[in-house]
Design a protein around this ligand. Structure first.
Ligand SMILES: [Zn+2]
Length: 257
């Protein structure tokens, strides 16, 4: 019998070789995931479409309804479908695209296991944010750009309030950075930054323990944020990129003291 790795005419019959290259049997739900992926690629399924019901999918793939349910749950966690409970015409899973939600959940958990380090998150932020700042073409006449710059200014205003709770500051700070990155108009950078958002606010929140130590740090961060937004608004991408790098590296160095 020819081995699985070779053309049909081969004479390799060494069982040890074939068992080494044998892949583990695919899990039952993977057939459903592969089929939905293929239909998305071909355009047979598109955003807003409703998936067939559990029973139909189970019959189509020769699987149990429990396996189909596993597949739908995975797609839900990955941000590819939205499920709703109940019956009626709007029940069932609808195709959506929220790439950041699946990535964010996975990144956060892997940071929690300490297999992804804060140092690596920081380095990734620098790459994404400085790259986005340099790639952004900021046209203040453009309505969408104007709205984002106004929103960013509004976030800084909220962070300037000395009474603002620390947790709120960290959340707004992370949003400010995601928003600036979105000016590059690159959906992949935006999704990756959005997925890093919670990991960023986690490490920022956890790294400075006392409120006394936080106050002077917050003052520096406020000043840096205003400088960054001024450079972005003026269309000075290189300068914005440099200021972002200094801002992220300065804070990280503070947390390592
Ligand atoms: Zn910041």
């Amino acid at each position: 019998m020819p081995c699985k790795a070779c053309p049909a005419a081969c004479s390799c019959e060494d069982e040890a070789v074939t068992s080494k290259i044998a892949k583990p049997a695919p899990r039952a739900y993977e057939a459903v995931l592969q089929s939905i992926e293929a239909e998305l690629r071909s355009g047979a399924l598109k955003l807003g479409d409703q998936l067939p019901g559990e029973r139909t999918l189970a019959e189509k793939h020769g699987l149990s309804r429990a396996s189909v349910r596993d597949a739908i749950r995975i797609l839900d966690v990955l941000g590819v479908v939205r499920t709703s409970t109940g019956s009626g015409p709007n029940a069932g899973a609808v195709i959506i695209s929220q790439p950041a939600s699946g990535l964010a959940a996975a990144l956060r958990l892997h940071v929690a296991t300490r297999q992804l380090t804060v140092g690596e998150i920081v380095q990734t932020r620098i790459l994404l944010e400085t790259g986005a700042a340099e790639a952004a073409t900021v046209d203040p006449e453009d309505e969408a750009t104007r709205a984002k710059l106004d929103e960013a200014a509004g976030l800084l205003e909220l962070m300037d309030d000395p009474e603002l709770a620390r947790a709120d500051f960290h959340a707004l700070d992370a949003r400010f950075h995601v928003l600036l990155s979105s000016l590059a108009g690159n959906a992949v950078i935006e999704a990756m930054m959005e997925s890093l958002r919670l990991s960023i606010s986690d490490y920022v929140a956890e790294s400075i323990r006392s409120d006394e130590a936080w106050e002077p740090v917050a003052d520096v961060l406020r000043t840096q944020h205003h400088g960054i937004l001024a450079a972005v608004s003026a269309g000075e991408g290189k300068r914005a990129s440099q200021l972002l790098r200094e801002h992220i590296e300065w804070f990280y160095a503070e947390t390592q003291r």
